[in-house]
Design a protein around this ligand. Structure first.
Ligand SMILES: NC(=O)c1ccc[n+]([C@@H]2O[C@H](COP(=O)([O-])OP(=O)(O)OC[C@H]3O[C@@H](n4cnc5c(N)ncnc54)[C@H](OP(=O)(O)O)[C@@H]3O)[C@@H](O)[C@H]2O)c1
Length: 338
């Protein structure tokens, strides 16, 4: 089998495709011939050495795949060779063959595109946990989605539309038309406008009910102030800390230092909630993750959501795929194809 290896911390040139022996499934495991592997911003952060959860180089990252089961270990009753599936992978997904515990694997409903299926797990689970499970977004509530044209952004937008929310989203101006077509009510060009002033203007000073913030730093500070009473702020990333193509610890530390600190008394008095979400720390919540992923695939089968694919790159062009995310050129999900 082949895999994309981060050989050392650095720019996209540190990525190499390397051969490795085919893995064998043990008891309770499923082997998948990978059709596509999702690329996430976390993988870019891991490459530059700013993702503490990732293994040390040389390593293969990747949290999600789609593909076809080609071997099963003992004790696996729900899957057989030939099944089309989607799976969460605890690193190592950017490989042509992966072995995964069966609870991390879900059947792909008939009629759905096997390659595009790799765009569902990370982005949609993250958005779903925030908006549905924790945020309990109600019809008519207002949601501000940062990085609205990214992978999580489109997933969040589609789920907000399902829930009947009014949506505000930050993105480069060139991406606004696509976002409007996807149903975003109020695109905001955060690069040329102060997004907080714009949200205040658009909401006539009322602010918003829910904010999805993976930018971090000073942006989080402004977000907290934009919340209405009973508003919920979701902190789930720090992309402001990983914008340099190489490892820049000073810049990263400066972005992290600008995160606000929340004291309980002002939180109580303002009736505001602040939540942290990290999908990569939910591996023990097997049933929750399996059921949520199954539900999201059913939503896709029903036409309620539809993954937006920016581009697909063969493993040999993984560096270009990383660039696409890091240079913020993507509109939707970037996938790697073995
Ligand atoms: N905690 C979790 O479980 C979890 C799970 C998944 C993702 N995440 C986080 O969510 C974020 C998005 O991930 P993704 O995979 O969806 O990334 P993505 O598809 O690469 O989206 C990134 C987009 O964000 C926009 N952006 C960059 N800096 C921004 C800023 N300062 N303000 C607003 N928008 C900005 C850029 O588009 P523009 O051209 O519009 O600037 C860029 O294309 C990342 O920080 C990632 O680490 C967290």
């Amino acid at each position: 089998m082949q895999r994309v290896v981060i050989t050392r911390y650095g720019g996209p040139e540190v990525l190499e495709v390397r051969d490795a022996p085919d893995p064998s499934p043990m008891r309770g495991e499923v082997r998948i011939a990978v059709a596509a592997a999702g690329l996430n911003f976390a993988d870019v952060s891991a490459r530059v050495g700013l993702y503490p959860d990732a293994p040390k180089p040389p390593m293969t990252v990747g949290y999600e795949v789609s593909g076809t089961v080609d071997a099963v270990g003992g004790g696996v009753d729900d899957f057989e060779v030939g099944d089309k599936v989607v799976a969460l992978t605890r690193f190592g997904g950017q490989s042509s063959s992966v072995v995964v515990p069966q609870h991390q694997v879900v059947h792909l409903p008939d009629g759905l595109d096997l390659v595009h299926a790799a765009a569902i797990p990370v982005n949609y689970l993250t958005a779903y946990l925030m908006l549905v499970r924790l945020g309990n977004v109600r019809n008519g509530e207002s949601v501000l989605i940062h990085a609205a044209a990214g992978g999580v952004g489109f997933a969040a937008l589609q789920i907000c539309k399902q829930l009947g929310a009014v949506t505000y989203g930050t993105a480069s101006a060139a991406k606004h038309e696509r976002l409007r077509a996807e149903g975003l009510d109020h695109p905001i060009d955060y690069r040329n406008q102060d997004f907080a002033a714009e949200v205040t203007r658009l909401t006539k000073g009322r602010g918003v009910d829910v904010i999805l913030d993976a930018v971090g730093g000073n942006t989080s500070r402004k977000n907290y102030r934009l919340l209405r009473p009973l508003g919920r702020l979701f902190l789930f990333g720090a992309s402001s800390a990983s914008q340099d193509p190489k490892r820049n610890l000073l810049k990263a530390a400066s972005a992290i230092a600008q995160f606000p600190v929340f004291h309980p008394l002002p939180l109580m008095n303002a009736n505001k909630g602040v939540f942290g979400v990290n999908l990569g720390h939910l591996w023990d919540e097997k049933q929750l993750m399996n059921e949520a992923l199954t539900e999201l695939l059913a939503w896709w089968a029903d036409g309620r959501i539809e993954p937006v694919i920016d581009s697909t790159f063969p493993f040999s062009q993984a560096g270009k795929a990383h660039d696409q995310l890091q240079q913020a050129r993507n509109v939707g999900k970037v996938l790697l194809i073995p």
